[in-house]
Structures are given as C-alpha cells and as structure tokens.
Design a protein. Structure first.
Length: 334
C-alpha cells in the first residue's frame, strides 16, 4: 500500500514536471541563441554582459503576442469592417477636440515639416486614440518573443530589439518598464524603436525627445517622419474613381508600389482628370459593404504606407483625416 502510494506520488510529480516544462519554456537568459546575441551586443555596442543577462532573465515568452501578430487585421478583415473600426465617430470628435487644444503646435508642425494637421491627427487617432491607448505589453517581452520565437520575422524584430536597447540607454529608461503594443511600438504615434531613434524630435525644446507622454513631441515626430519620407504638402493623397470592374481589372494593384502613371490609365477606359499625366499611381479594389470601391493612391498615399505597410491603413488615415478636417472647418465657421 505504501509502495503504491509512493509510486502514485512520483507519477503526479513527473506529470507536474512535464506540464511545467510545457507551460514554462527555458528562460531566455539560459538559451544559447540569446547568450550569443548578448555577447554580440556587448561587443558591438558596449553593453555589460551581466546587465543584459539580468535583463533577459526578466523577459517573458508571450504566446498571445505570436498569435496576434500571426493574424493582423489588415490581412484578415474586409475594408468595410476595417473602416468601420477606424473611421468612427469617436475618433472624429476627439480628433477635432485635439486639434482645438493643440492648434498652435499643429500649425507650427505644418510650417516646419510641410505636413497637414489633419493627417497628423489621423495617425494619432488610429494609432492610440490621441494618446488614450498606447499599449499594455512590456516592449521587452514583445521584442524578445518575436525576435527569438517568431521565425517569419525574427531577423526584423531582433534588429528592433537592438534598437530598443540602444534607445532605452540613450533616453535613460529602464527597458523592462516600458510598455507598448504587441509588436513593440510605443507612445502616441506607436513608433517602433528604429523609427523613434531616427525620426523622433524634441518639438518643445525641453531637451528630451518624449513621444511616450508628450503630445507636442509626438506631433512634431509624426510630421518629421512623413517629411523624411518625402511627403508633398498640398498634393492629393487618394481619389475614389467611378469605374467598372472590367475597366479597372487590368490596372489593379495588390502591393504598395505605384506601378502606373495617370497617362497610362487615361489612355485606357479609366477616366482620371485634373492630375498630372506623369504622376505615379496605384489602383486598389476595396471590398466595401454595399459594393466594391475603386481608389486611386498617389505619392502621399504611398508615404502613409511607410508608416504602416497596408493600403487599407493608408486609406483609413486619408478618410479619417478628411472627416476631421471637415468637422474642424465647420467649427471654425461658427
């Protein structure tokens, strides 16, 4: 009886050990690939190995992050659903209110960088609801998980992890304490670490580039990002075309490049007026709720896709910006 009880307890212990191994994978600080990465960081960027090992000991593998990044909305949702979520009444109203509150800063950003206020506001609205929802994931967990346990884009996220550690050191932040999105984006405008280091600006001249909590720096940084990607002030971003499916079909684009010119489309049955013949364009079919829509994307449309590699995202930014601008202008007329 005693022997049977001992055997039973041993089985329970073994079972618990197996479950523990499945639920709690090898700590990152003990993994060979992470140890090699730490040595590389130490050699190339002067980090102390013992400090990095202590930091990686705090990193947690997040399976939920891998699940989320494996099914992004841009690849699984229809345009009708995507637009309904992002170009909504609450974002429009809050965008107008944010414009009223920060009108002087937005005007200065346009003067300095040549980027219209409504597009800065649309980015802020879509990314974080004007700073209300900046993300609750530990950026360290997100980037370590994706950099070492998400093979499809491991190289990219490991590079971003390096940028993140350099950023935290430069800005005097504890990398284990910073929060952001499940993909490691941070602050009002959800900049990834490399974008933060390259495009964030100190727009209020207080000596700190803070897009985590400073809306002034966030406005300037988004404007600078667009300017650095060759935004052209005053140019048309997108236009909806009244064209049949048959006429549009030969010109439809699925990627993000601008493969055609206005002249090429004009020579066919696709009517494009009031645009320079040499202008580069892309034609997109959008699965709207009632019937498909056809949208022409131009240079500035492409610039928006540098912020998020999705034509649906770019069109949502454009449409939200126009609604915010329309409401703001109505308010100014009262």
């Amino acid at each position: 009886m005693v022997i049977r009880k001992i055997l039973y307890l041993c089985c329970i212990a073994l079972s618990c050990s197996i479950v523990a191994e499945e639920n709690f994978p090898q700590p990152y600080a003990e993994r060979a690939d992470v140890i090699a990465y730490i040595a590389e960081l130490s050699e190339q960027h002067g980090f102390a190995e013992h400090e990095l090992k202590a930091l990686f000991a705090r990193a947690q593998q997040r399976q939920d992050i891998i699940e989320r990044i494996s099914r992004p909305a841009e690849k699984t949702w229809t345009w009708a659903r995507y637009r309904k979520l992002l170009v909504d009444e609450a974002r429009i109203e809050k965008g107008v209110a944010f414009w009223v509150k920060h009108a002087e800063i937005l005007a200065r950003a346009q003067q300095v960088f040549g980027v219209e206020a409504e597009y800065i506001l649309a980015i802020l609205g879509i990314e974080t609801r004007y700073g209300e929802v900046k993300g609750s994931f530990a950026v360290l967990d997100a980037l370590v998980t994706l950099g070492f346990d998400y093979p499809p884009r491991a190289a990219f996220f490991r590079s971003e992890l390096t940028q993140f550690l350099l950023l935290a050191r430069e800005e005097g932040k504890d990398p284990a304490e910073l929060l952001g999105s499940y993909a490691g984006a941070m602050g009002y405008g959800q900049f990834i670490s490399s974008s933060y280091r390259h495009y964030a600006v100190d727009f209020d001249d207080d000596g700190v580039r803070d897009i985590w909590s400073n809306p002034v720096d966030a406005i300037g940084s988004i404007a600078n990002y667009f300017a650095e990607h060759n935004w052209r002030e005053g140019e048309l971003v997108a236009r909806r075309l009244n064209v049949s499916a048959a006429d549009a079909q030969p010109w439809l684009t699925t990627g993000l490049s601008l493969p055609h010119t206005v002249a090429e489309l004009a020579a066919s049955d696709v009517s494009v007026s009031d645009l320079p013949a040499e202008a580069k364009v892309a034609l997109y079919q959008m699965d709207a709720q009632e019937a498909d829509e056809y949208w022409l994307g131009l240079h500035n449309f492409y610039v928006i896709t540098r912020y998020n590699r999705s034509h649906m995202y770019a069109l949502a930014v454009h449409q939200l910006s126009q609604e915010i601008k329309r409401r703001y202008n109505l308010l100014e007329m009262q």
